[in-house]
Design a protein around this ligand. Sequence first.
Ligand code: ATP
Length: 293
Amino acid sequence: MTATAATLDAQAKINLALRILAREENGYHQLETLFARIDLADTVRVATDTSARELTLDGPDVGPRERNLAWRAAEAYMAEAGWPHGFAIHIEKRIPVGGGLGGGSADAGAVLRILNAIAPRPLPDAAVATLAFRLGADVPFVATDAPFALGWGRGERLLALNPLPARELLLCLPPFGVETGAAFGWIDAQRREEPLRAPAPLRPQDVDRWDGIARLAGNDFETPVIHRHPGIAACLEALTAAGARIARMSGSGSTVFGVFDRRPPAELPGVPTGTRVVHARTLTHVAQVRPLD
Ligand code: ATP
């Protein structure tokens, strides 16, 4: 693609299944997850015809720019590829922050995809995947264009799956986020009381239909997070009562999603005050990079 600037919808993810497995010596946990991309997205634009480094953002304050995952993705790409010589990133933020929807990761994945699409000499996919892995456990998945994938390790071992028919979702967005590091600490504390009994591995053939996913859907963060935020349980109950085939928390929370086989109801009685309910869909195709010049 010959362009100096491009844009991409940085689509969020949900975890249809999320299992937290052994804690490594270095403190990181092994995980096993079934990721799905959804149509809730930030818009990310990157221009490379500059020698400056800039990041602008429409939306909530997400902290200093040097800590922004989109900025860090651009710096990592520059260091690896020796290109570009500067960047101007603009993000229109719509994905709730700290909600378990991987918003920061999606922005980082979008920057990597944009830069590699317009680079004069693109990096091999494996090199982009390594940059993504260094940025966080969700970034390798959202740096691909797979709508569904199984993920293992720290999210870097991925198996892209065939897309499933799109389903409508309701997302319950509580008025608070959950800090992922704290949630891992709650799991460790719980496991000191009650050691992990590893479940049977998630196999691609078990999750190639929505029925199979409904049987295996689960999230190890739910119990410890609900213990501290009982409103999450109320969201799960409200979605189930409204007919959701699957109702689960995404990531370490606080977002709770319901997967519906039919059009979901317009109202969701029983959700705690202050919780926003948003309509979304799973994807059969992930957005592609669009050149701007
Ligand atoms: P995960 O499930 O990966 O933990 P999340 O959806 O819970 O993701 P994010 O919205 O990605 O969490 O944000 C978590 C933290 O990352 C925020 O506190 C924010 O300061 C930081 N952050 C860095 N870059 C971004 C970004 N581009 N957008 C949002 N948050 C960002």
